[in-house]
Every structure is written in C-alpha cells, then in structure tokens.
Design a protein around this ligand. Structure first.
Ligand SMILES: C[S@@+](CC[C@H](N)C(=O)[O-])C[C@H]1O[C@@H](n2cnc3c(N)ncnc32)[C@H](O)[C@@H]1O
Length: 402
C-alpha cells in the first residue's frame, strides 16, 4: 500500500492565486494529491518523485517534515522582507516580480534543467536568478542599462566572490570622510577606482553598490558614503549566503545571459527558447526613466535620449497609448517567433488608471498575443494588497504556441 506523504504550504501563503499556483505546480508534475487541513496541506496519494518535488517546488515548505530546497533558500536573507533572499534585494527596483511566483511558474510551464527561458523585459533580474537556482538557462533583455547591470550583478557575482573580497578593502579604505565627497566629482567613483581591475564582474559589483547608494540618497535621504559602505558589506554577506546555499543543496546553476537590448527586436537571440516568463511595462503606468533618473544619470546617460527607446514612456498624452500598443504588438510577435512550438509564454500584467479611467491592459494583451499566434490556456487573477492595504489586481496569463 502506498504510504501517504504530506506536503505543507509555506506559512506566508495567504492569497488565492498562490494556492492556485501551488496546485498547478503539482498538476504539472503529474502528482496525484488531495487538499486537506483547511487548504493548508496537500496529501500525496501516490508516492514517487519526492526528490524532484523537494528540489523544485516553490509554494511548499516541507514534505513529511523534511524541508524543501526553497525553504532552505528563503532562510538565506540579509533583509527583513521574506522574498528578498540571496541577491534578490540588490537595488530597490520598483515593480519587481515576486520570486516565489516565478519559481512556481517555471515548474508549471515544464521547463527542465539545461533548457532556456527568455525574459525580454528582465528588469531587476528576478526571472534570471530563479532560473539560475533551478539549473535552467536564462536570456534576459532590457532596454535599460541600469537593469542590465542589476541583473548581471545578481547572477554573475558569485562566480567572482574571491576577487570581490580581495578588492573590497581597497575600495572601502578610500571612502573616508577626509577624502571629501568622492561621489560627486562627475564620474563614477567605482569606475575610477576599478580602472586597473580587469575583471568586469568585480567592477560591476562595486558599480551597483554605488547605484544603490544613489537610490538611498535620493529616495531616503541617506548619507551617500555611509550607504555605499553598508551596502557593499551587505551585498558580500548575500554572496556568501548564495555560496552556502549552492554547496549545501548541491545546486548546478543555470547559465545566465543578460543583454541590454530591445524586446521589439529579438533576432539577436540565436536559438529558440523553451519558455518565456515576463512582465512588460504596464502600459504607461510607470515611467522607468524618471523613476531611476538618479542612477541612469550617474551611469552617464542622457535621459531625453534613452527615453525614446523605452516602451510606455515615449510620446505624450493619449498618443502614448497608441505608441505603447504598436511597440507591444512588435514585441509579442517577436516573442512568438523565438519560442519553440508547443511551449508556453507567461505574461504578468495589471490594468492601469489614466485620468481616472481604468484601462483594460489585460484584454489588449490577450488580443495582441492571439493575433501574434498564441493560444490563451490560463488566466489567473492575482489580487494582492500593497502599501496601506490598497488592493492591486494583476493577471497571470499563460499562452501556448500551438
Ligand atoms: C515591469 S518591468 C519588469 C520587472 C521585472 N519583472 C522584475 O522582476 O524586476 C518592465 C521592464 O521593461 C523594460 N523595458 C521598457 N522598454 C523596453 C524595451 N523596448 N525593450 C526591453 N525592455 C524594455 C523596462 O526598463 C522595465 O525594466
């Protein structure tokens, strides 16, 4: 007789969409289960694949008392926010994905280790890091040079940990009050300092530390140099966490390829991909250029010039919507052609309000993706409560390339 195994959900699971994704994770792994104990536990009716479940599941804390890998990973966190474990917290990027949801979606669309997932709007690199942890390769594209930097540093720095440790003292020693304000002398402090450092991963790491300090200063009024020092130390602690997680769980990390590029032209990717998980700009809801102006300027970019390439930012008034729709139409067609047949494309999107009118972005995405050739297979409503308990509604749309 088969022994029953009990799968327990993580304690912080509270939304219906999370339960829906937890069920889909098991269904896509062909697991026979029943939901018990007031929706908190799942009883496995047939016991096999336990190792696979333990290694990959996102929404479960334990299987018959044994912790899942994800539970162990989540414990390695230098911040007070449960989902900012390992390097996820590097740079406070607005509108990031919830990493646990991405891990679940990777399982749901059935991409295997060694295969490749594309995120053509990679933002702060959430998809890339979650793929890396599961041994899945990831190509991440973003028009923003800041996003390319953030996503690279989150996923490449572990490979240069000894060199970063070695360079650290040299960097931090020079950041002393008696040396004046090193960060306002027209060029990047970290760039000057790392001029003789050949390893790009090392210089990228310190450059991102400087960008986080820019953000701390402009958004939170913190002292730049103090913030730089404390961020570098905290970032290093996160890399040591990552090293420990990799070795304790015996992880084979996926390869990550981050490019600064345009989602409207994906012909730069040589091979077809085995899945797409992404969240494009929610229409014109957020101005990604203005939002990170401090860091983009520090990186030496002319905001007026680069803004022309950002979807949802170019144009003015109602013309912005027109341009947004044209741009996204191109992007969806590109995504369709780069995906292997029979595979899935997941798009996370929310509606937006413009001049007190709600714009149904989601219906437009479905229309555009269907016209590109995709078939909608699942639409999951994602209701979350944001700051001040304000309800935010987003949708997870799963399309298939027939
Ligand atoms: C909703 S955010 C993605 C956030 C991401 N999921 C994360 O976890 O951080 C959308 C991203 O689209 C990027 N973007 C805007 N126009 C683009 C374009 N033409 N090509 C590629 N990326 C673009 C923005 O820079 C922004 O990072």
């Amino acid at each position: 007789m088969a022994e029953n195994k009990i799968l327990k959900l993580h304690d912080n699971i509270q939304f219906i969409y999370e339960l829906a994704l937890a069920r889909l994770e098991l269904q896509s792994l062909n697991v026979d289960f029943e939901i018990t104990n007031n929706l908190r536990e799942f009883k496995l009716n047939f016991v096999d694949k336990i190792d696979l479940l333990k290694k990959s599941l996102a929404y479960f804390k334990s299987i018959n008392g044994e912790f899942t890998d994800y539970h162990f990973i989540q414990q390695h966190n230098q911040t007070s926010s449960v989902n900012q474990y390992l390097t996820h917290w590097f740079y406070p990027y607005k509108g990031k994905f919830h990493p646990q949801m991405i891990r679940a979606l990777i399982n749901i669309i059935g991409v295997n280790p060694g295969e490749t997932i594309l995120d053509p709007f990679i933002g702060s690199g959430t998809t890339a890091l979650e793929c890396q942890l599961l041994g899945i390769n990831c190509v991440g594209i973003d028009i923003s040079p800041l996003c390319a930097l953030i996503s690279r540093v989150k996923t490449e720095s572990l490979g240069a940990l000894p060199e970063i440790e070695e360079a650290k003292d040299n960097f931090l020693m020079s950041v002393r009050p008696e040396n004046g304000n090193l960060f306002q002398q027209g060029s990047l402090f970290s760039e000057k300092k790392s001029g003789d450092i050949k390893n790009k991963k090392v210089s990228n790491f310190f450059k991102l530390g400087e960008m986080i300090a820019h953000s701390d200063e402009s958004r939170r009024g913190r002292d730049f140099q103090t913030s730089f020092i404390s961020n570098i130390n905290k970032m290093l602690a996160s890399l040591r966490d990552y090293k420990e997680v990799k070795s304790r769980l015996g992880l084979e990390l996926g390869e990550v390829d981050i490019r600064q590029g345009d989602a409207r032209n994906l012909s730069v990717i040589n091979n077809k991909v085995h899945g797409i998980i992404t969240s494009p700009p929610y229409s014109i809801a957020l101005n990604y250029v203005a939002n990170d102006a401090h860091a983009l300027t520090a990186l030496g970019h002319n905001l007026d010039k680069i803004k022309e390439e950002f979807i949802g930012v170019r144009g003015a008034g109602f013309n912005k919507f027109e341009l947004y729709n044209q741009d996204m139409d191109k992007a969806y067609r590109q995504m369709y052609s780069i995906l292997e047949k029979g595979r899935y494309c997941v798009i996370v999107i929310g509606n937006v309000t413009f001049q007190s009118q709600e714009i149904d972005t989601t219906a437009k995405v479905v229309e555009q993706c269907e016209s590109a050739g995709f078939a909608l297979v699942k639409k999951i409503e994602k209701i979350i409560f944001g700051l001040y308990n304000i309800m935010q509604k987003e949708y997870i749309l799963i399309f298939k390339k027939p």
